[in-house]
Design a protein around this ligand. Structure first.
Ligand SMILES: *Cc1c(COP(=O)(O)O)cnc(C)c1O
Length: 242
């Protein structure tokens, strides 16, 4: 049976190989382990194997895990990233508990997160989610509206704008994957040419991290390849049966 520790080692080897192929430093890409739907024990196993950054999609579930880890591993240096859709009524929880939010795609949500970030905590580190391939049902700001959103978010005092995040439609071929990631890279470079000073381009998951690294990703978000396959995710709008 493979363990989370084995899986992490394999994913880190994939990352190192992808960086080498792209002529990039292996330190240039951070691994975010996406622990959604897995319990606190899975996070503890990954932590014991040297993984320190974790991504959560569902706010309530994520906060419960953050609190559980704070109990069982007090003082552990864990960085928690919110990577899922955020409704207005969840911004306070996110602002109070997460270190990063990668799924900001509206000014109003950013304003609430900034206002609700508790004083005494470091600013919330933020990526703007961009709908790079125009998928109709997905979250993310349209590329045409990205600069205006960045201009509105950058000055908010409770936030620090760090970069972009994208989730393209799955594609089977490496070249097709890379082509979409390169579009995100161009948007990232365009914002930096305007002086935004972004350092984080969050793209690439279990099935396409090599293509993302080839296109300049600085953070890959990997779930299944680290923790194993997931049960179907809960519908955000429907309370889970208990
Ligand atoms: C679930 C999820 C991931 C991880 O996907 P895998 O295919 O399991 O690696 C990454 N990013 C986001 C936003 C996700 O929702």
């Amino acid at each position: 049976m493979t363990t989370i520790s084995d899986n992490l080692q394999q994913v880190n080897e994939r990352l190192a190989r992808a960086c080498a192929l792209a002529g990039r430093d292996a330190q240039a890409v951070t691994l975010l382990a996406v622990s959604k739907t897995f319990g606190p024990e899975a996070v503890q196993q990954a932590l014991a194997a040297g993984q320190h950054a974790f991504g959560e999609n569902y706010i309530q579930e994520g906060v419960e895990k953050i609190l559980a880890l704070r109990e069982t591993r007090p003082g552990a240096a864990i960085e928690w990233h919110c990577i899922g859709p955020i409704q207005s009524n969840k911004t306070r929880l996110v602002a109070a508990h997460f270190d990063w939010v990668q799924s900001v795609d509206r000014v109003r949500i950013a304003q609430r997160l900034s206002e609700q970030r508790p004083t005494g905590m470091a600013p919330l580190q933020v990526c703007l989610q961009v709908n790079v391939d125009g998928g109709p049902t997905k979250s993310g700001v349209a590329p045409a509206d990205l600069t205006a959103l960045a201009e509105a978010v950058a000055p908010l005092p409770g936030l620090r704008l760090r970069g972009l995040m994208c989730i393209p439609e799955p594609a089977a071929e490496f070249e097709a994957q890379r082509a979409v990631f390169l579009q995100a890279r161009a948007l990232f470079d365009g914002l930096n040419a305007r002086g935004f000073g972004l350092d984080t381009l969050s793209m690439g998951m279990s099935d396409d991290l090599e293509a993302a690294v080839a296109a300049g990703s600085t953070m890959v978000r990997v779930g299944r390849a680290v923790f194993g396959s997931r049960a179907a995710p809960p519908e955000p709008s429907t309370p889970a049966a208990t």
